[in-house]
Write a protein that binds this ligand. Sequence first.
Ligand SMILES: Nc1ncnc2c1ncn2[C@@H]1O[C@H](COP(=O)(O)OP(=O)(O)O)[C@@H](O)[C@H]1O
Ligand SMILES: [Mg+2]
Ligand SMILES: [Zn+2]
Length: 273
Amino acid sequence: MGDSRVAALIRETIAPSSKWYCDRPSCDGRPHPGWPHNHARVAQRPPAQFLDGLARVWLMMAGRGFGKTRAGAEWVAHEARSTPNSEWAVVAPTFDDVRGTCFEKESGLLKALDMDRSDDRYNKSSGLIRLNNGAVIVGYSAEAPRKGRGPNLFGMWLDEITQWPSSEMYDNLFPALRKGRAQTVVTTTPAPVPLLTQFTSRDDGSVVTTSGSTFDNAENLTPTAVDDLEKRWGGTRKEKQELYGLLLEDVPSALWSAAKIESTRGPSLTPPG
Ligand SMILES: Nc1ncnc2c1ncn2[C@@H]1O[C@H](COP(=O)(O)OP(=O)(O)O)[C@@H](O)[C@H]1O
Ligand SMILES: [Mg+2]
Ligand SMILES: [Zn+2]
């Protein structure tokens, strides 16, 4: 094994990114002894029901800039590093999103794995990262669902599922989840689409949901950008959905929203004309 391979192996084993999860039961992610940089807030760590395997799916539904992509990438990086010869799927709305966001963005996998774009373990054209321990992380586009047939997966990370063209990719990948803990992490801004609501409507304990707002991560975002969003969307349903990460079931154009019907329910209710 050449020197650079050894150096890479050491980096992979003790990468600074392993400093993402800290040892405090509850943490706001600010630096403390042993963790010199901002790291995972408690809401960005896998919840207990997911860690103990009872929940099959961890759904992180939160506002833009909350740190969803970072949390998903760090989870995959951590699991792949600690599971030799395992295979992982990362799915985003388009192939550009997989590479540009899930792999290459500053909150993405390359950073979490302490790699850069020119690392020969990253194959950009096929959207694949091969770790020194034999683990492989494969990127898929939700636009190409047929590619989701075939792998033997230990786990998968699905990013921004409310932007997927359909749920076909999930339908194809789900049966491929059959090794190790076989769990799924979903990170998304909410929207009332079937692929998301089939997770939020499950009440059998198989899905554990965490949530949060853009403002929870304000410390790691450009303050003026957050201000701009708040100015643009303040007081609108966009603010609730995109910044506070709330799932609004009503369709904006619906004449009578559920709340409205509830508040006007009574003997003299006349149908909307
Ligand atoms: N706990 C954290 N500590 C430091 N930086 C963070 C943390 N969480 C997220 N970030 C950074 O904040 C920015 C937005 O995070 P990102 O995961 O892209 O948000 P989202 O996917 O929710 O829109 C990125 O630069 C990311 O690296
Ligand atoms: Mg994101
Ligand atoms: Zn901490």
